[in-house]
Design a protein around this ligand. Structure first.
Ligand code: IMP
Ligand code: MG
Length: 181
């Protein structure tokens, strides 16, 4: 797998150091609030597990299964919710976790869906955010790292469902990404 990676952006110690910082911020911001974390699967799985073990607050955890890519390396713009029932968010403080903020389609759609269930507040936390003009305006209150507009894999992020188990975030070699014709 390593030979498919052009270069490593963040290794495991760097990610864990940053998670210590974000977890401390979240723990402070939500110390008097009833927190419900909603993690978007599959990409946020490893990020979620490492982050939440650093947050010593009582919290509820739910997951939503989301797809927006259909195997391509570009967002299709259509966000498919694979889970029909939404978690119970009414009157709760919601923190959405996702792996990466790219076009913004996914998080904008999820945020809008969850807002209809009248939560007290919604914030977004992502491991990575691409520096680019977003198709959808959406801001994340907690961002692990800002990255350039490159396709990355590892630490939960996939290309066609592979590479999620790499313990670091790296840029995938360009020739491995088939361009849609
Ligand atoms: P958005 O809807 O375009 O913001 O994309 C969000 C989703 O696309 C993420 O949750 C990822 O699953 C996927 N994605 C976007 N950029 C990358 C990338 O560089 N590597 C792997 N997956 C990505
Ligand atoms: Mg993906």
């Amino acid at each position: 797998m390593r030979s498919d990676i052009e270069r490593v952006l963040f290794d495991q110690p760097a990610i864990h150091r940053r998670l210590d910082e974000i977890a401390a911020e979240i723990s402070k911001d939500y110390r008097d609030r009833e927190l419900t974390v909603i993690a978007l699967l599959n990409g946020s799985l490893i990020f979620m597990a490492d982050l939440l073990r650093r947050v010593p607050l009582p919290l509820k955890l739910d997951c939503l299964s989301v797809a927006s890519y259909h195997g391509q390396a570009q967002s299709s713009g259509e966000v498919i919710l694979k889970q029909v029932a939404l978690p119970d968010v009414a009157d709760r403080h919601i923190l959405i976790l996702d792996d990466i903020l790219d076009s913004g389609h996914t998080l904008a759609a999820i945020r809008e869906k969850l807002e209809t269930a009248k939560p007290r507040s919604i914030r977004i936390c992502v491991l990575l955010s691409k520096k680019k003009e977003r198709v959808q305006r959406v801001d994340a209150e907690y961002v692990g790292f800002e990255i350039e507009d490159e396709f990355v894999v590892g630490y939960g992020l996939d290309f066609m469902e592979s590479y999620r188990n790499l313990p670091y975030v790296g840029v995938l070699r360009k020739e491995l990404i088939a361009q849609p014709s």
